[in-house]
Design a protein. Structure first.
Length: 203
């Protein structure tokens, strides 16, 4: 595809670097931005810069937050003795949309995946172990995707936590095997959360 402007080509390449955006879609978006006013472009650019500059990870759970401690961890009405372990922010939003969970979260920031070079040390795991060692937790819920990476991570976490006197549960299999948690519909996800069961190692 021949683009007649180096500026348009550069903008297209930057947009195409985003996940799920092909070259044609990126060009269409770049042309759409070109039609906007300078004020609109300035606001658009400012929002992206502020996103990068001001967003941080919650010191308690690892969720993204505007403040050092996120709104969920700060909420006194949440049950801080029940921790739901998820892969990333998208899973937090998916579970929150069901309005069925009143505990708090622990965001790993990914899943163990040797094929992708991601090991336990690359994830927010030690902080979870420290929480378990504090004797303030009653239950830890594994709410990871039903994929090979999710199961591998569940297995590793279980091995790290099994020595503590904590109930370790996982979502019921209303979530299809091989599917990612964030794509489950709210009703299925809500029921899976409500009917969670003790985590067991596969025999």
């Amino acid at each position: 595809m021949q683009i007649p402007s180096k500026y348009l080509e550069n903008a297209t390449e930057q947009i195409a670097s985003l996940p799920g955006i092909g070259k044609k879609t990126a060009l269409r978006l770049a042309l759409s931005l070109l039609k906007r006013s300078e004020i609109e472009i300035a606001d658009f650019t400012k929002s992206i810069l502020e996103l990068k500059s001001n967003l941080m990870n919650c010191k308690s759970c690892g969720n993204i937050s505007d403040e050092p401690i996120c709104s969920i961890c700060e909420n006194p009405s949440r049950d801080h003795s029940i921790v739901c372990v998820v892969e990333d922010i998208r899973d937090v939003m998916a579970i929150e949309s069901t309005s069925t969970f009143k505990g708090v979260y622990h965001v790993l920031g990914g899943l163990i995946s040797p094929m992708d070079g991601i090991g336990p040390s690359d994830l927010n795991i030690e902080n979870l172990v420290q929480k378990a060692a504090s004797n303030k937790l009653i239950e830890v819920i594994f709410a990871l995707s039903s994929t090979m990476e999710g199961d591998t991570t569940n297995f590793y976490l279980f091995k790290k936590l099994q020595s503590f006197e904590i109930l370790i549960t996982t979502l019921s299999r209303g979530i299809s095997v091989g599917s990612e948690l964030q794509y489950a519909d709210e009703i299925t996800l809500g029921r899976s959360m409500q009917h969670r069961h003790p985590f067991q190692l596969a025999k």
